[in-house]
Design a binder for this molecule. Structure first.
Ligand code: M6R
Length: 368
């Protein structure tokens, strides 16, 4: 069932354009408004929401971090993102105007399940974003947005993650529609950009041969860093997690602006650093990222930059450039994560590890 691939993970990475398209299917009504089948929370209830707390673990948590940027920008509601395993132990402030969003691919993660039980006991509504029909988390939630990744077999989440991002964007747009923080044609415009994402993901998959070469070149390294800003920051964390879990390497993701507050001390001759460069339209972010790259390069790092096509401004400070399709900044995680998934998959393969069943890990973590 691996369709001729060596790993389920590789197959699942390649399935992402389809998974993104399926997760977008049927979300617009004939009149053009956004419709989410299993929303089950009335518009009036959603209008009363003053705070959102997103709860998740691992890769799903990083999807939640992207969701925070989108929801705050489009809906002007404050969003906290919390690790499920920490949530209920910090005595969180919850009430009936707080919407808790639980993101879980499997729908069975014990930490996340316990967190939503706690939230509901405090009268908060819970909306689940889940890939597994009928699993425990959606069953115990007030509402659900199903992702349509199809079964994910590889322990490392890939198509699960990109479809979670899609669901998060849909939720953000839906809330913007209900709350009236965006005009109908603005929502329509973002939907059209989202509908262009399967083709954009397809395009970035074409970088696979270059990325595989890089994995060969760097197969003897023991440490990697990943830098990003804004929506690229959670992507940096996700790239690092993939390398940890698959290639058993020390990998860290940082917000590029934090470098000077400590992490830059780690940089020495030859350290490979993946740099996720925000799109050009956001000049402030873009230029700051560029200076971050210059700083690490000046200290001997080998920089691998993920940069949108047409942007040659970091060429001179990058050892390798991987081109990303031109997409809006908030949607960039959908394309920027792909080379990082391919890299981790290939590097683990080069090192002779079992990509689908990494040591010490299980697909769903059903103990707290
Ligand atoms: O099924 P869930 O989305 O709740 O799983 C959460 C994490 O256990 C999961 O994302 C884990 O971090 C993956 N192995 C990452 O690739």
């Amino acid at each position: 069932e691996k369709d001729g691939h060596d790993w389920f993970m590789r197959k699942e990475i390649l399935e992402q354009p389809r998974a993104v398209a399926d997760s977008l299917l049927g979300r617009r009504t004939a009149s053009g408004s956004l419709h989410l089948d299993e929303m089950r929370l009335a518009d009036d209830e959603l209008r009363e929401v003053t705070k959102i707390i997103i709860i998740a673990a691992g890769t799903s948590f990083y999807a939640g971090m992207v969701a925070k940027y989108a929801i705050e920008h489009w809906c002007r509601i404050s969003v906290e993102v919390e690790l499920a395993s920490e949530f209920r132990y910090r005595d969180p402030i919850l009430d009936n105007s707080t919407l808790v969003v639980a993101i879980s691919q499997s729908g069975e993660t014990a930490d996340t399940l316990q967190a939503i039980r706690h939230a509901r006991s405090q009268r908060s509504k819970v909306l689940a974003i889940c890939n597994t029909n009928g699993s425990t988390i959606p069953r115990e939630s007030d509402a659900v947005i199903y992702t349509h990744a199809g079964p994910e077999i590889g322990v490392a989440s890939t198509k699960g993650y990109v479809t979670q991002l899609v669901a998060c964007y849909l939720l953000a747009l839906y809330l913007a529609q209900v709350k009236g923080t965006m005009y109908g044609d603005e929502i329509d415009g973002v939907m059209t950009q989202l509908e262009a994402m399967p083709a954009a993901v397809e395009q970035v998959l074409e970088t696979a041969p270059e990325v595989y070469e890089l994995a060969k070149e760097y197969a003897d390294r023991r440490a990697f860093l990943f830098l990003g800003r804004h929506a690229g920051y959670p992507v940096a964390l996700e790239g690092a997690l993939k390398l940890k879990e698959l290639a058993y390497l020390h990998a860290e993701g940082f917000a590029a602006g934090e470098l000077k507050h400590g992490p830059i001390a780690l940089v020495d001759e030859g350290l490979p650093i993946w740099c996720i460069v925000p799109p050009r339209g956001r000049d402030f972010l873009h230029d700051k990222m560029r200076s971050g790259i210059m700083e690490v390069r000046a200290r001997g790092a080998r920089t691998i930059a993920l940069v949108e096509e047409g942007d040659d401004s970091v060429d001179a400070v990058s050892d390798t450039i991987i081109r990303l399709p031109k997409v809006p900044v908030l949607l960039q995680p959908l394309v920027a994560v792909v080379p990082l998934q391919l890299f981790a998959c290939q590097l683990a393969t080069e090192l002779g590890y079992d990509v689908d069943q990494p040591r010490n890990l299980a697909k769903s973590v059903t103990v707290e």
